[in-house]
Unconditional design. Structure first.
Length: 246
């Protein structure tokens, strides 16, 4: 279980320190799949990075299975079983896809590494020897990073907008993979996404906006709230257009 208590995160902006996350409280259970959703800039990636230890907490606690890991480094949290796939993954010139998977799984390369690539819709024979550099497209790097997380034995796996830059066919494969992962392992899965097909996988949806948790609940409970918000801004636009065209 991952527990977050009274978490606040402040970051340095151009005009000084800005409080990005304000008093986040969450309990995320083993073997559950959560979708974090909400408007751009609401604080979803910041929350993921605070869980991973990339951003320090101004106050509050992060507990993994009851153990306070708030003061732990990124490496310590990774070793404790937390993994984060970035919204915009970094590239590693000189490092091959095969080597990256080998490092992630902590084992010499085996055929399992091939399976992780298949699971994200990539043909291993085309990728295993390639470098994770700028010769790969954004969607390819994204899928390779997801594969490296799949290769790890994680307690908490966070995937930040896994659908970004990914074609429809690979996206379908990815949905199957997340579904299998959810069914087969005890990992707490957190998917940051706006995609309805990903939202459909969730046991619970967490709506993050303005640096706070606005709502947490099942799709039936949260979906009408999401639709209500989008319908509201859409209606304004439509009305204006009607007036203009009148
Ligand atoms: P989301 O993932 O929900 O789109 P983010 O967590 O990326 O939102 O960002 C939340 C807010 O924090 C935004 O206003 C963003 O501009 C700001 N922010 C994110 N990272 C930084 C940073 N490193 N320094 C300053 N502000 C940041
Ligand atoms: Mg984000």
């Amino acid at each position: 279980m991952l527990e977050i208590k009274g978490l606040r995160v402040s970051l340095e902006g151009k005009n000084g320190t800005v409080e990005i996350l304000r008093d986040i409280n969450l309990k995320l259970e083993d073997h559950k799949l959560y979708v974090l959703t909400g408007p751009n800039g609401g604080g979803k990636s910041t929350l993921a990075k605070a869980i991973m230890g990339i951003y320090p907490a101004a106050s509050g606690e992060v507990l993994l299975n009851g153990r306070d890991i708030s003061s732990h480094s990124i490496t310590e949290r990774a070793l404790a079983g937390i993994g984060y796939a970035f919204q915009q993954p970094p590239r590693f010139k000189g490092l091959t896809v095969g080597k990256m998977l080998e490092i992630a799984s902590g084992k010499d390369r085996t055929c399992n590494d091939c399976n992780f690539l298949y699971k994200v819709g990539l043909c291993p024979q085309d990728y295993i020897a390639r470098e994770v550099d700028t010769s790969l497209s954004g969607g390819e790097v994204k899928r390779i990073e997801i594969a490296t997380l799949l290769a790890r034995d994680l307690k908490v796996a966070i995937y930040d907008e896994p659908e970004a830059g990914i074609d429809l066919w690979s996206f379908s494969r990815l949905i199957e993979t997340f579904n299998d992962l959810h069914e087969q392992y005890d990992t707490t899965i957190i998917l940051i996404s706006h995609q309805e097909r990903i939202i459909n996988l969730a046991d619970e949806i967490i709506l993050v906006a303005d640096g706070v948790i606005k709502h947490k609940g099942t799709k039936d409970e949260i979906w009408p709230l999401i639709m209500q918000d989008s319908a509201c801004s859409c209606r304004t636009g439509c009305d204006e257009r009607v007036v203009e065209n009148a």
